[in-house]
Design a protein around this ligand. Sequence first.
Ligand SMILES: N[C@@H](CCC[C@H](N)C(=O)O)C(=O)O
Length: 270
Amino acid sequence: MKFTKMQGIGNDYVYVNAFEEKIDDPNAVSRFVSDRHFGIGSDGLIMICPSEIADCRMRMFNEDGSEGAMCGNGIRCVGKYAYDHGIVDSLEIDVETKAGIKHLSMTSENGKVVAVTVDMGVPELTSELPEKIHVNGQDLEFTGISVGNPHAIYYVEDVDGLDLEKIGPDFENHERFPDRVNSEFVRVIDREHVQMRVWERGSGETWACGTGATACAVASMMHGLVEDEVEVQLKGGNLQIRWDRESGHVFMTGPAVEVFNGEIDLSALM
Ligand SMILES: N[C@@H](CCC[C@H](N)C(=O)O)C(=O)O
């Protein structure tokens, strides 16, 4: 199988051009290629597929093989791949996802895409503002936001000090979230900057999460903690999030990078 390794601020996926490649069992392929010791090494698998209603379609799979409805860092890389590899010839494109069609506005340098702004749509509050929860032996408060996939935002004083490998699974699998949840741990730095770490459903701690950063920014805006345009600082870099309250749409801007191309033998899976 031919693939391209790409990353958006350290949230890395194996991308497969499904206009040319066929994958019979993407869940198993995702588990196989994601393995950082026996596979390629990634947070999951993303397929760039033909679409009947948009310029292309993104299917994303977490490291554990589960399919996600939306991926903020992934969709920026899908846009870059589609433009740089000639699937589209416009810097303004629509990408079909399981969470609906997303519009991408891309910026290029020397004919290659370097940054992408994604219209993430209208976020939805999925909890009380905030809601109490007993998790990991503590009484905490979270704010639930859906941007096509589910997020729970927790405000903490010491983001760097959290042992996410230890506590993450309790947050992900809490009974309040029957479909599991992506969990964001957030510190407000000032009215224009927040720091965030994420424990992703299906992939564990990743260096960044675009939908998570969007949800965290929107929660912070709803709580009146920050302005309507904010920089979210993650382990792998920064994302700009802007909420246009008039239309309700939220926009995420960040880089997209191609790391290398390769070919992998999948016969071990057959
Ligand atoms: N890393 C992604 C989110 C991937 C999907 C998520 N783990 C889920 O299962 O909902 C991002 O950048 O948004």
